[in-house]
Structures are given as C-alpha cells and as structure tokens.
Design a protein around this ligand. Structure first.
Ligand code: APR
Length: 275
C-alpha cells in the first residue's frame, strides 16, 4: 500500500502530467461509483464476488435475448436489479472531479463501462457508454437509441405486446446495456478506438481492467501511432493493483479511492496558473 507521502507526490505528478497534456481522456469502471452506493463486480464486496451464480446467469442474458426477446423482457420487468435502483443514485466527488477536468478543457473524452449515467449527471458532456446506458433502449436492427421513457414496457407486457419494436425500422428493441457475449455497438467501439489512438494521456479509474474488449483500449493508447509525438502516459487510480499494473501497461498507479484522489488532483491542477 502507498504511504500518504508517496501518494501526495503522485497526486502532484498526475496534476503536472494532466496540465502538460494536449489530449487527455479518461476510462472508468465500477470502482468510481462504489462511493455512490453502487457495488462493483470483482472488488472484495463486488456483485460477482458475493454471488457467483448471478455472474453465471449474467453470461446467459444475451443468449436468452437471442432465443426469445419476449422472455428476456419478462425477466427484465419482473427480476431484481443487480445494482439497485440506479435512478436514485447520485454522483460522488470522483464523478464531479472528472466533470471539472472536462470543464477546464483538459479532459477531451470519457469512456465508461458503467451503465449508471452518473458521469452525465455530474456534468460530463463527451461520454461514451461503452457497455451501454441503463436509461436507454436500443434497436438491434438499425442501432437507433431511445430514452427509456419513449417506451412503456410494463404496459406492453399487460397488452401482451412484448418485445418493444423500433418505431423507425420495426426491429426488436432491447435495453441499451451490453451483456456478456454481446458485441459492443459499432459506433461506441469505433469512437473509443479513435480516442484511445489519439490521446497523449489516459486516466484509468476504478476498473480491474479484465473485461475485453474494453481492456484493450489502454494497450491501444500505448501503441505508437503515426503522427503521435510521444508515448501516451497511462495513469491508474484504483483501490488495488489491476491487470494493467501487473502487466506494466500503466506508468504509475495512485492507490486509493477515486472519490478522494480525483478531487485532490483537480485541486492541484487548478493551482497551476496556466489552466
Ligand atoms: N475507488 C477506487 N477503486 C475502487 C473503488 C473506489 N472507491 N471501489 C472499488 N474499486 C476498485 C476495485 O478494487 C476493483 O479493482 O475498482 C475495481 C472495479 O473492478 P470491477 O468490479 O471488475 O469492475 P469493472 O472493471 O468496471 O468491470 C467491468 O465487468 O461485470 C462486467 O459489465 C460489467 O462493466 C462491467 C465490467
């Protein structure tokens, strides 16, 4: 574990690196939302850690959707929500710090694995929901996305008219959330690769970095791209070392809670007169 002195130095270093960056982006995972009361998956009190059967069921969701979109929706409308009532959850200081970095013009883009919409609630504008958004639905034929409020699945269920159908192409509509084995929507995959390819600094916050293809993005960022003057700096902020730390993909890890460390980094950045 890092001692406080070491952590303060790393926080100052990260602030200097951010202030000196020309195209910084952030990648986030469930760890940034635990301080908002939403459990992560593989941490000590993670959903999968505590209930391995739930993880097995989650691996079946997409196959169930492909087999019977009606049954899939029945499950969604009657089953328990793994992460609790996301609508009631509020951003924490870690989310607000990332929004502040965007407002400062330092953070150009944020790519999240989280479906909880808390980055947007905190004020981030340029967010890529890599694993989808719990407050949106998506047509699996034309990939159009809809706000959840544009449909009333409970009413459709009463009328025996599940699954919801796309008003544009008549295709089947599912939750925008991306399940295990489901392909990442092409627009998200493409834009995320582009952002990872052009950044010169990548903050990786609150993720174990074991789920692919998302975990490829830090490695893409580290690859030398034509026209990229210098190697991308990869800074991790996480409660424990991750697959990126072990594989020495990241340049350094600031170990601790994102809700405590990110605001301190923003404080240090704003001390720097030229920002
Ligand atoms: N601050 C910093 N790190 C934290 C905090 C916190 N407050 N709380 C938890 N962590 C760390 C945990 O120690 C763990 O290393 O965040 C990491 C979360 O990792 P996972 O639980 O594996 O979550 P994530 O990486 O986002 O999972 C990826 O897996 O289950 C699927 O689709 C789901 O999007 C999810 C994907």
């Amino acid at each position: 574990m890092q001692d406080d002195g070491g952590k303060v130095d790393l926080i100052k270093r990260a602030a200097a690196d951010l202030a000196g960056s020309t195209y910084a982006i952030a990648l986030t995972g469930a760890g940034v939302s635990t301080e908002s009361g939403i459990p992560d998956f593989r941490g000590p009190s993670g959903v999968w850690t505590k209930d391995p059967e739930a993880e097995k069921r989650a691996y079946q969701s997409y196959a169930k959707f492909q087999r019977s979109p009606k049954e899939y929706w029945e499950d969604r409308l009657t089953g328990p929500s793994l992460l609790g009532d996301l609508g009631k959850m509020a951003p924490n200081p870690g989310h607000y710090a990332l929004a502040e970095l965007e407002r400062m013009g330092i953070l150009k883009c944020l790519i999240t694995q989280n479906i909880d919409n808390l980055h947007q609630k905190a004020g981030n504008k340029n967010v890529l929901d890599y694993h989808g958004n719990a407050f949106k639905l998506r047509c699996v034929s034309c990939s159009a996305r809809f706000e959840a409020g544009e449909f009333d699945p409970q009413q459709l269920r009463k009328e025996g008219r599940l699954p919801p159908l796309c008003p544009r192409c008549g295709g089947v509509v599912k939750l925008d959330v991306v399940h295990f084995h489901e392909p990442i929507p092409a627009d998200m995959a493409q834009r995320s690769l582009e952002e990872a390819g052009k950044c010169d600094l990548m903050l990786v916050c609150g993720t174990s970095a074991v789920v692919y293809p998302f975990a490829m993005l830090p490695r893409v960022a580290k690859q030398r791209q034509p026209g990229k003057e210098r190697e991308t700096l990869l800074i991790e902020i996480n409660a424990e070392p991750t697959a990126l730390t072990e594989a020495k993909v990241s340049d350094y890890l600031i170990q601790g809670k994102t809700g405590q460390i990110l605001p301190k980094i923003v404080e240090e950045v704003s001390k720097r007169s030229n920002v």
